[in-house]
Design a protein around this ligand. Structure first.
Ligand code: HEC
Length: 125
């Protein structure tokens, strides 16, 4: 008995290709998010994403450490989205976290939220 028919084989190849292109799309999206982060967020949140950006030394309120799994894990996606789009004030936090509405569109803010889940090793919430 043949365990794997020709059709099964083709189906497997097709699934493999679908998976690869899905990964490629995700990788591309996160590369874009890294670029956005490195352009707009690093000066405060730091090249290591730990809140120690070049500006942070002189700031009265420290930028969030995006590698802090506990704090980031406790923060829902919606709050991250609001904080990035509307700034600290939109989520009852410091005005020192600027709002990015008008600079970043909603899709880009979403990409950053997804990227922050990777940086903080947390799952979407
Ligand atoms: C001018 C400095 C500055 C820049 C630039 C900046 N942030 Fe912030 N960010 C802060 C500060 C300060 C806080 C902490 C606010 C607080 O705890 O009250 C913060 C907090 C946050 C939080 C946590 C919000 C919460 O509810 O816990 C997120 C998420 C965040 N920033 C994302 C970003 C992203 C993404 C960018 C780039 C698009 C960015 N920040 C750019 C200063 C900055």
């Amino acid at each position: 008995m043949r365990l794997l028919t020709k059709n099964h084989f083709y189906a497997l190849i097709a699934a493999g290709i679908a998976l690869c292109s899905f990964d490629a799309a995700r990788a591309e999206e996160s590369a874009h998010a890294v670029k956005l982060y490195n352009t707009y967020c690093v000066q405060c949140h730091g090249i290591n994403r730990d809140g120690n950006g070049i500006n942070s030394a002189s700031m009265a309120v420290k930028p969030r450490d995006h590698t802090d799994t506990k704090a980031m894990g406790d923060t829902p996606d919606e709050t991250l989205f609001k904080a990035i789009k509307g700034g600290g004030l939109a989520v009852g936090k410091s005005i020192l976290m600027p709002k990015w509405e008008g600079v970043l569109n909603d899709d880009e803010v979403k990409e950053l939220v997804t990227y922050l889940r990777v940086v903080s090793k947390t799952t979407p919430k």
